[in-house]
Design a protein around this ligand. Structure first.
Ligand SMILES: [Zn+2]
Length: 304
């Protein structure tokens, strides 16, 4: 089957590939399940968290962020102007300290891919960024090509600052390379270096550990109750989080290898609609928007 061939070529699967092979050969691992169902399970259990943790876009601005942060226009003003905005409400703000903090966070995340406890970075990440990282690195049976992420090193540069209604936001550009030991021969050349934009945010009134909703909606004053779309049930306004300090809330990665691999997987899924229709919702959320629209019938951009 074409899909299996391409899927094995992903090299992302390690132990999962062996399980899939057992399924394909009618082996004893999944005696009562069909081939597609077994494959869907493997994807959901092992591959999906890794795709989520290495996706081109991970997390995003917290609810209640200014639209200028969501659309990127906040980063077009001069850095000095952003520094002045934030210093206007925090005289102690020092951009060199934030730069060095961001570099330390990056190194700590690389250490998680190299085997350190994902709990080490829990205090400095939003739920949406941390949860897939913890799930991906917690899968037993080897990380396959994703283990190379343990060798990441980066130089951090603060490239944008914005003092918003609810949050201070910082865009940090990471110039990433794979350092340390010489690269294994099976690591593709595109893995040698790439750029990433990390979004750091902190709430203006601090709170949470690392993040929590306030007890009452700041827009309407009702006790906080969040509906399906992440909005206040009473007034439909976004309810901002309180954070303990600066958190990584979004990552945009330009790693060419994972982008290519994920596209190849999406193409194979598109060619095999039977498998596509059986994917669990958490896997469907990871698919590119146009493909997701095909599965769900919901137009691109309409899912939260
Ligand atoms: Zn409200």
């Amino acid at each position: 089957m074409k899909f299996i061939k391409a899927w094995r070529q992903l090299k992302a699967v390690g132990q999962a590939a062996n399980e899939a092979a057992a399924v394909a050969s009618g082996g004893p691992s999944y005696p009562s399940q069909g081939f597609a169902a077994g494959l869907v399970n493997v994807l959901a259990d092992a591959l999906a968290p890794r795709i989520a943790a290495t996706a081109e876009r991970r997390g995003g601005p917290l609810p209640g962020s200014d639209s200028a942060v969501a659309d990127g226009s906040a980063w077009t003003k001069p850095l000095a102007a952003g520094i002045a905005e934030i210093q206007a409400r925090d005289h102690a703000f020092d951009v060199t300290l934030l730069t060095s903090f961001a570099g330390q966070v990056f190194a700590a995340v690389a250490a998680v891919w190299a085997g350190a406890d994902a709990g080490n970075v829990r205090p400095v990440m939003s739920d949406a960024v941390w949860e897939p990282l913890a799930a991906a690195t917690g899968v037993r049976g080897g990380l396959g090509m994703y283990a190379a992420l343990g060798q990441q090193q980066a130089t951090a540069r603060v490239t944008g600052l914005h003092a918003g209604t609810w949050y201070d936001s910082a865009q940090v550009t990471m110039d990433v390379r794979l350092g340390g030991q010489p690269l294994p021969p099976d690591v593709p050349p595109g893995m040698a270096g790439w750029g990433e934009e990390w979004l750091f945010q902190r709430s203006v009134p601090p709170g949470g550990d690392p993040m929590i909703r306030p007890p009452a909606c700041p827009s309407c004053g009702a006790p906080t109750e969040i509906g399906d779309h992440g909005l206040c049930l009473h007034c439909r306004a976004p309810v901002p989080y309180l954070t303990a300090g600066w958190l990584v809330t979004g990552i945009v990665s330009r790693n060419p290898v994972y982008a290519m691999e994920h596209q190849a997987l999406a193409d194979q899924l598109r060619a095999n609609p039977g498998i596509l229709q059986q994917l669990p919702p958490e896997m469907i959320r990871l698919l590119p928007e146009d493909l997701r629209a095909e599965v769900t019938g919901i137009p691109p951009g309409a899912l939260p």
